[in-house]
Ligand binder design. Sequence first.
Ligand code: FES
Ligand code: FE2
Length: 349
Amino acid sequence: MSTLLRDFWYIAMPGKNLKVGQLVGKKMLGDPILVGRREDGQVFAMRDICPHRGIPLHHGWIEGDGVCCCYHGWKFNTEDGKCSHIPSMTEYDKLDIQRIQVQSYPCREVQGNIWVYIPEDFKRGINELELPSVPIIPGFGESLPHISETLHFACHIDHAVIGLMDPAHGPFVHTSWWWRSGPRKFRVKEKLYEPIRQGFRLVPYDMPVSAKPYKLLGNNISIEIIFELPSVRTEILRGDRYQACSFTTVTPIDETQCEVHQSLYWTIPWMGMFKPILRSLTLQFLGQDRDVVIKQQEGLVYNPSLMLIDDADTQAKWYYRLKQEYSLSQQENRPFKNPIDARVLRWRS
Ligand code: FES
Ligand SMILES: [Fe+2]
């Protein structure tokens, strides 16, 4: 049985990576998916397999409101995937080409990322009006990210997600000469978490004023971190002058690999000049997470039993409980009931 959660929106790629007229073939949750951008800027997604002879459609091209296959030129509408033209047909052919259809996936571009909805079952049909809304960062309107990076992780999505919420690896994995160098000073952290929709959040609290880089946002800086299924982590820093957000999601490629997408948003007008530095720091940070899961894979091939300890791994435990409850609620066809209770977590890091 698959351990990947369907009936969710996942990021296919940052919007900036898909030019007008471009087609990209992706694998998402094991499905071959074509993502494209039409001349009018509209994004779309469909199954990346031509129903004629199975060649991936990303080898073809976009023509108006359709995608043409590179092999025999069949054309498929980008909205509903229906075949609209077969060049080889003559007026003597009786084939009803409208009945030939490529499965299309709901696709939206929101706050600078392209999201694709991966349904559990196409046979049930997809009612666009009944879909859950695409995850959105509150308070950032239609903002585009100033930085968005994607990294390939050679691990199951669960290990990448747990890495995002694991407070104990920071002092060991995220070390560098400019960040917490020198002898480690571990301190006890004590933070209040509460359930929220299909996830949990660090209840916003005011940061100690001593944290210098945060001063850029003004005074009275508060931090809020939200995690929601399937794999969406939103960290928002709000000051009395500006706000900033780090938005991270994980999209499974299949059961053994995934892509981590990170976007940074801010409202500080002059921050643009620091973009190159921030970009390389983002890559360095994500790269450290990626490198450690590559090392982890060396051990995981032996299928060892693993441990989750309190309170440092409590959020990881919650993640598994949320996943389990989600799968059960789907199977039993009932509303999701958040299994987490509000509680203070304590750890040393
Ligand atoms: S394989 Fe696509 S048109 Fe023939
Ligand atoms: Fe990390």
